[in-house]
Every structure is written in C-alpha cells, then in structure tokens.
Write a protein that binds this ligand. Structure first.
Ligand code: SAM
Length: 288
C-alpha cells in the first residue's frame, strides 16, 4: 500500500470505497506529507513506544506511527472507515483498530493491558468538535501519559497557551498548563486537508509534567472552582463561585478569602493566574 499523505492516493482510496465525508465527525483528512513528518518528529516516537491515535480516518498518520512505534492502538468512531483501515494498514502487524467513540474508551485500562500501565504517547489529527472533552478527559481520568501531540484548531492552540487577562484564557488554558507544558510546533493552513476546514489549524505538543510546577492540596476541588469561575465569565469571581451548583460556599467566606489574598471584590476569574487559583483552592477547601 502506498503512503496516503497526498491528494492522489487519498482520493484513490476514497473512490475505491465510495466513501462520503461525515461532517458531524469532524472529518478532514491530512494530504500533506511535510505536515505528517512534522507531527511524527514532534511526538518523538521511538521503537519502545505505545501510541494511542484518536480518529485514524483512512490510516494516513497511522502508517507513519506503525513504522516508528512498538505498538499503535487507533480508535475510530465511523464504522464505514473500518474496512478501509483493514486495507490501508494490512502490512502492519503492530496496529489495532477499535471501532468506538474515544470518549467512551477506558484509556487507563488500555494502558494497563497494553503498556503495563506505563505512560503512553497520544498522537492525533483531532476531530475539532470534541477537542476540549478529549484533552480534559486524558488529563483528568488518570490516563498514564507522556505527551499529547495533536492537530487542533489554531484558536484552540492559542487558548491552551495563554495567560490571565486575555479573552482566550479559560478552563482549558488552566487545565493544560497545570498538567503539561504546551508548545506549538507548526501552523497548518486549510489546504493541507481534504475537505478543507473553515479554520486554520496548528500542531501542539503537550508534554505531561511528572509533577505540576503548581502545588495544590486538591486539584479536583481547584478545577471545580475554575469551572465555576468561567461558567459565568462576566460575573465577578465571588458571584460566580457563590452561584455555582457544584460548590457550597458561603458568600462571606468567599469575600474574606479574596480579601486575604489581596484581591479586589470586583475581581473576575479571568484575571487570576493558575498559582492564584491554587492558593484560593487551598484556602476555600477547608471552608466548604
Ligand atoms: N487521522 C486522519 C487524518 O489525519 O487524515 C483523520 C483525522 S479527522 C480530522 C478526525 C477523525 O476522527 C475522523 O476519522 C473521524 O471519523 C474521527 N472521529 C470523530 N469523532 C470521533 C470520536 N468520538 N471517537 C473516535 N474517533 C472520532
């Protein structure tokens, strides 16, 4: 089987199987070999690695991963792609395709069964409609991870990297920066995909920290605070936290705690750094 990362081979496979793109699954297949090389290089895949690929499509990137890694598991939701993947990946005996919704796969068990519970590398050209739940799920569900190297919408890559005080700053920025070190590896224009997406894309590598640089007693509680703070973005932080159904905090306790931290009563969540959310979390946790 020829490499698929170019328009000619991709169109040939699509025609052979009479495949129709499903917009609802965020299907934009890569047709640029330079971008594929860049992703593989940034992910630093070696012969010892166990790789999880999310959404293999017709197997374009899976071929590269199979050649570089020890083992690849690729999770694809669209059952119409399964016979195509059997064909395009027939030469590789180290690839398993699972026909499932990635959000429903127990990835911690997968790592236990296939990689002795050791950290895995995740590589994907993500379906953009579920980027945030995929990334949050990987970090928050105790999946052993070394790195996540993914193609995302350019704007989402920006959101992952920014700090307080900007409109892009939010719960995703804080989660990504608490758990990992983000680095944009490449900007990718729409003409590198078929069909072309309406937005620009970027490849970002998130290298998981063994230990987060920010210390907090209970990260779960901190992220409940963060969600509450950004659920009502325009409200003051004290109102956002007080109104949240996820938290049972007295207004007076919140006011006193913000005062103790030297923050004004009118402060909004988007003005707090990760370190400040950690401090707020430690102080409020005992008060809940
Ligand atoms: N990796 C291929 C490539 O680069 O050419 C395809 C990438 S395409 C942007 C996203 C892929 O994710 C599609 O194959 C789509 O069917 C699949 N997908 C969408 N939602 C999914 C989900 N919930 N679970 C698993 N795969 C999903």
């Amino acid at each position: 089987m020829a490499y698929l990362g170019n328009p000619k081979e991709t169109i040939a496979v699509l025609q052979k199987y009479g495949f129709n793109f499903q917009k609802k699954y965020g299907q934009n297949f890569l047709i640029d070999s330079h971008v594929l090389d860049k992703i593989i290089e940034a992910a630093e895949i070696g012969p010892e690695d166990f790789v999880l690929e999310i959404g293999p499509g017709i197997g374009t990137m899976t071929q590269y991963l199979a050649e570089a890694a020890r083992e690849v598991v690729a999770v694809e939701i669209d059952r119409k792609l399964i016979p195509i993947l059997e064909d395009t990946l027939s030469e590789y005996d180290n690839v398993t395709v699972i026909n499932e919704d990635i959000l429903k796969v127990d990835l911690a068990s997968l790592a236990r069964e296939r990689n002795q519970g050791k950290p895995m590398k995740v590589v994907a050209n993500l379906p953009y409609y579920i980027t945030t739940p995929i990334i949050m799920g990987l970090f928050e569900k105790g999946v052993p991870l070394e790195s996540i190297t993914v193609m995302v919408q350019k704007e989402v890559a920006d959101r992952m990297q920014v700090g307080p005080g900007t409109k892009d700053y939010g719960a995703l920025s804080l989660a990504v920066q608490y758990y990992s070190e983000p680095k944009v590896v490449a900007n990718v224009p729409p003409n590198c995909f078929i069909p072309r997406p309406d937005v620009g894309s970027a490849v970002i590598r998130l290298t998981r920290y063994e230990k987060s640089p920010v210390e907090v007693k209970d990260a779960g509680f901190m992220f409940r605070l963060i969600r509450a703070a950004f659920n009502q973005r325009r409200k003051t932080l004290q109102n956002g936290l007080h109104n949240s159904k996820e938290l049972q905090l007295e207004k007076s306790t919140i006011v006193e705690t913000l005062e103790k931290m030297g923050l004004p009563a009118t402060v909004r969540g988007e003005q707090l750094s990760l370190e400040e959310f950690a401090q707020l979390s430690d102080l409020l946790q005992s008060a809940e």
